[in-house]
Design a protein around this ligand. Structure first.
Ligand code: GRE
Ligand code: ZN
Length: 325
């Protein structure tokens, strides 16, 4: 399919790219680092080859969320966003940007989000899970009351927020001890991100700010498959729940999914059945996944041509109010 739009695509700054090498397979570290800092050479070449017209770029995980010093987090977010804006300006027909946000300070995050959308033309923000503040063992989720003004800003600015994974903090990795292959992207990323998403939905954030649109990757971080059971058991919860609606209601009115890193027909069919084809968007998760894997699967996946066009392109055009001529 030509004209696809992808939106979980990551870049990094030369000075932060060494942090990424621990995720690499032996022998691939240098290649991954090169791909993370490159935009106009390898990345654009692969977009051309596999029919991706536009890719919305974001600062790689854990990024700004893992900078415990507030001033440093604010400075890094601004630097990452300014660099991305400069790169996007070279090819605005092919690239767009998501803001990195210093959520260590909710007011500073609102200011940076406003600047990125109003001055830099970004299409929303991508946040790498919970925020570390003060030290790396602190975990701050955005359902906490001090983040309500932040959600008010997200709603007012009218652009979505992508909640991207990061690994749990060290003290919460006890249950993974001796099984390091389950940390990071195979399992821990999804558990962490699904939990954060469900905290947001259950806390009533979307009752107060019903127009906020959240995006989660990897075909929903396992939530679609368990959505029925989740609501079924919450209804029986003796503690009740602050949110007014069911998880299904919020998933179908406030949450969008992408296909990032999850290239499998049965999983896509489940997401389409539970959430809806109008809330799913194509993505790669470049450079942690290959454009070839994502596109060659999606282009022939077992869905109707109307759904392919919607998921591959039109849902993103509508959500990000894109003016593609
Ligand atoms: C990501 O940011 O999407 C990512 C990593 C590391 C491994 C896999 C992955 O940061 O998808
Ligand atoms: Zn990613």
């Amino acid at each position: 399919m030509q004209g696809k739009i992808a939106l979980e695509e990551h870049f990094t700054l030369p000075e932060t790219r060494n942090e990424m090498s621990r995720f690499s397979l032996p022998g691939t570290g240098e290649d991954l680092k090169r791909r993370l800092t490159d935009l106009h050479d390898i990345r654009l070449g692969e977009m051309d080859k596999f029919g991706i017209e536009l890719a919305i770029q974001s600062f790689n995980a854990p990024g700004v969320q893992a900078v415990p010093n507030v001033d440093n987090a604010i400075e890094l977010a601004q630097r990452a966003n300014d660099t991305l804006a400069e790169e996007v300006a070279k090819r605005p027909d092919r690239f767009a940007g998501f803001a990195a946000l210093p959520l260590q300070d909710p007011d500073a995050a609102c200011i940076e989000l406003t600047r990125c959308i109003k001055e830099l033309g970004f299409k929303g923000a991508l946040v790498n899970g919970f925020t570390s503040k003060g030290d790396m063992e602190t975990v701050i989720y955005y359902d906490l009351p001090e983040y309500r003004p932040f959600w008010a800003s997200v709603q007012e600015l009218g652009m979505p927020l992508y909640l991207h994974p990061r690994n749990p903090i060290q003290s919460r990795l006890q249950s993974y001890e001796g099984h390091p292959w389950l940390e990071h992207s195979p399992w821990a990323f999804a558990m962490e991100t699904a939990l954060h998403t469900l905290r947001l939905l259950g806390s009533g954030v979307f009752d107060d700010y019903p127009d906020v649109q959240l995006i989660i990757g990897h075909l929903g971080e396992r939530i679609p498959y368990d959505l029925w059971r989740l609501d079924h058991r919450i209804k029986k919860s003796p503690q009740g729940i602050p949110a007014k609606k069911s998880m299904r209601d919020y998933m179908q009115s406030n949450v969008h999914l992408t296909t990032s890193g999850n290239f499998h027909d049965p999983t896509l069919h489940c997401a389409m059945t539970e959430i809806g084809a109008d809330r799913i968007m194509f993505s790669v998760d470049y450079p942690f996944e290959t454009t070839a894997d994502a596109a060659t699967w999606f282009d022939v996946s077992d869905i109707s041509e109307a759904d392919r066009l919607q998921i591959g392109r039109n849902n993103a055009v509508n959500l990000f109010k894109l003016d593609l001529t």
